[in-house]
Write a protein that binds this ligand. Structure first.
Ligand SMILES: C[S@@+](CC[C@H](N)C(=O)[O-])C[C@H]1O[C@@H](n2cnc3c(N)ncnc32)[C@H](O)[C@@H]1O
Length: 275
């Protein structure tokens, strides 16, 4: 949901203090403006604590990093719009430790949000391309300026074969509503010899639908790992969702449907083309 401009002005006011688990407004606001700010902070999960030594909206999670991501896009995930969970920095550090991004490596972030993964990947020397479906987040990514390219698109609509090359690393935290589909599609953009690192909902460990079962089998066949992350890993993003880290290397000639694999498939003849 959009942060109303009056609320944005208050939250970005240099007098506003956003640290740890709280937001403090040590200045007077007129009543309607205060009510607007209070409503947004409560929607995000805060509650007003009026005790003399607190006098702040207090959140059940560290709010600073999360608020920075919201303010970058002027929006916040409401209770009804839960697809956007910026990856907390401790989780990103763990992803990068597994990915081993080095100077000049090509990296794809196919659901890049506001760049919580793309930014550190670029700082590690990666040449990062981003895809993001939401226009406001695309603007935030462009403003961040860390990506070689930011593509505003539905990642699932992109054809791996329209991409002239694969990527040495794919780093992602896709929307959990279609996480397995996103990771399977992302494999088509991975170089043979590359590594994919993804956050996934913990349900991939036990869901028994066909797509999830086949996904687990494929990751096991490729000697990849699915490792549970600590329960509170996404608390800085305001959710208790349980997550796992998927790490898989694409051995050349291995079972993963990589970019090279797609290139090796015989092209389908277009028998109905005219002319
Ligand atoms: C869980 S958030 C993670 C954002 C970012 N990867 C991060 O780690 O901070 C998922 C992101 O995927 C984006 N998204 C959802 N569906 C998408 C799609 N079909 N194609 C590209 N991006 C998508 C959402 O807008 C959101 O920014």
């Amino acid at each position: 949901m959009e942060i109303p401009s009056g609320v944005y002005d208050v939250l970005t006011d240099p007098r506003t203090v956003i640290t740890d688990d709280r937001v403090q407004l040590p200045f007077q606001l007129d009543r309607p403006r205060y009510e607007q700010v209070d409503k947004v902070l409560k929607e995000i999960g805060g509650r007003w604590d009026g005790r003399k030594n607190v006098r702040a909206h207090v959140f059940p999670f560290p709010v600073e990093e999360y608020m920075r991501a919201c303010l970058a896009t002027r929006e916040f995930p409401s209770r009804n719009e839960q697809g956007w969970y910026p990856t907390p920095s401790m989780v990103v550090d763990e992803m990068l430790a597994h990915a081993g991004v080095r100077e000049g490596m090509s990296v794809l972030e196919p659901s890049a949000g506001t760049g919580n993964i793309a930014g550190p990947a670029a700082e590690s020397g990666g040449v990062v391309d981003c895809v993001e479906i939401d226009e406001r987040r695309v603007r935030a990514l462009n403003a961040l300026g860390v990506a070689r390219r930011v593509v505003h698109a539905d990642f699932l609509d992109l054809d791996p074969l329209d991409c002239p090359h694969g990527y040495q690393r794919v780093l992602m935290n896709p929307p959990f509503s279609a996480a397995v589909q996103h990771v399977m599609h992302a494999l088509g953009f991975l170089d043979d010899g590359g590594t994919l690192v993804s956050i996934l909902p913990e349900s991939v460990m036990w869901h028994s639908d066909r797509a999830t079962t086949e996904f687990r089998e494929l990751i096991a066949l490729a000697d990849g790992t699915l490792t549970r992350l600590p329960d509170e890993s996404f608390a800085p993003s305001g959710t208790k969702v349980r997550t796992v880290l998927c790490v898989v290397d694409a051995e050349p000639g291995g079972p993963l449907p990589t970019h090279g694999w797609h290139q090796r498939q015989p092209r389908q003849l277009d028998l109905f083309s005219v002319g």
